[in-house]
Design a protein around this ligand. Structure first.
Ligand SMILES: Nc1nc2c(c(=O)[nH]1)N[C@H]1C(S)=C(S)[C@@H](COP(=O)(O)O)O[C@H]1N2
Ligand SMILES: [Mo]
Length: 307
């Protein structure tokens, strides 16, 4: 059994474990006088290697804006209501179950995952399908690193991600605005692309609940809804997953959801965006400005049909 694999008992023990300052630093967690069992609390500082080359020269959205205007339908469809409703959301203990086309299905404890992965800070542009956008420093590790650990079989062609389903903690799930639990998916090459991040923090700190704690996907060249929050399950499949948004409204939301200023949403233009905290609109760039990195993934595809 791998050290990062867990049983429910391990999860509990892990939570109680006292990590010493030295160990914590080696693990990529900045120890401020030793890390207590508060490990994983929102706002706790993280140390990560800074990479600034993903949105060079662009002004960052403020932490306040990025953490108080959120889409997280499990709590509310009101973007300004999520922060208060997610306040007491429990992010520990937390496990991620890996199933489907893998050598063997396994369950990982979030803290051991974090500990074994060197953390990076990456400043990405982030574009919501509803035409607002941000630039912010995520802290996390490339999804590809985790995929390698999962040992997918060669038949695996897609990865499906699932959010926690818990109507007590997430009362938004009592309303059927979209089918629950929230499901998203990526083609294997998209999932393995070095830009695709599993984020556990932002602005140098543990993710606030409203931004998808304890772990969420960040796919910077796709509309925000692909970046699924509070992930509990990852499944490797040989077919394209049916995602929650495609199920809810296949005419408006597609599987690929690549940011594309030339293809309008049926109800509004995607040509421009409003960055949170700014007044004037900016032009939206193809693949959200990451065309150089990712356009080749879609060579030969009709991106109007495959929206
Ligand atoms: N589980 C889950 N993940 C989700 C959502 C959601 O409602 N539930 N909303 C998505 C949408 S539409 C956007 S724009 C982003 C918003 O991320 P942010 O709140 O960190 O800005 O989260 C995405 N991930
Ligand atoms: Mo969104």
């Amino acid at each position: 059994m791998d050290s990062q694999e867990v049983t429910p008992k391990d999860v509990y023990l892990n939570r109680r474990q006292f990590v010493t300052g030295a160990t914590a630093t080696a693990l990529g967690i900045l120890a401020t006088g030793g890390l207590s069992e508060q490990q994983g609390e929102a706002g706790e500082k993280l140390s990560a290697e800074k990479r600034t080359d993903y949105a060079p020269g662009e002004k960052q959205t403020t932490y306040k804006d990025a953490s108080s205007y959120n889409n997280f339908y499990e709590f509310s469809t009101g973007k300004e209501d999520v922060v208060a409703l997610a306040k007491n959301f429990k992010t520990r203990p937390w496990t991620i179950t890996v199933e489907g086309l893998v050598k063997r299905p396994r369950t990982f404890d979030i803290d051991s995952l974090i500990r074994r992965s060197p953390l990076e800070e990456r400043i990405y542009r982030f574009r919501c399908v509803e035409a607002w956008a941000m630039v912010l420093p995520w802290v996390g590790f490339p999804l590809v690193d985790f995929i390698k650990t999962c040992e997918p079989l060669s038949k695996a062609a897609f990865v499906e991600f699932v959010t926690l389903h818990d109507t007590i903690q997430m009362p938004g799930q009592l309303r059927d605005v979209i089918p629950w639990p929230y499901v998203e998916g990526l083609r294997m090459d998209e999932a393995m692309h070095p830009l695709t991040l599993l984020a556990i923090g932002m602005y140098g700190k543990i993710l606030p609940n409203q931004n998808g704690a304890p772990i969420r996907l960040v796919v910077p060249w796709k509309y925000g809804f692909k970046s699924i929050k509070s992930v509990v399950k990852i499944r490797f499949t040989d077919h394209m997953p049916t995602t929650a948004w495609v199920m809810a409204n296949p005419g408006e939301y597609g599987f690929y959801a690549n940011v594309n200023p030339e293809v309008d949403h049926p109800r509004w233009s995607q040509a421009t965006e409003r960055r949170l905290g700014e007044f004037l609109r900016r032009k939206t760039l193809p693949f959200n400005g990451y065309a150089k990195e990712v356009a080749s993934l879609y060579q030969g595809m009709d991106l109007r049909k495959n929206f």
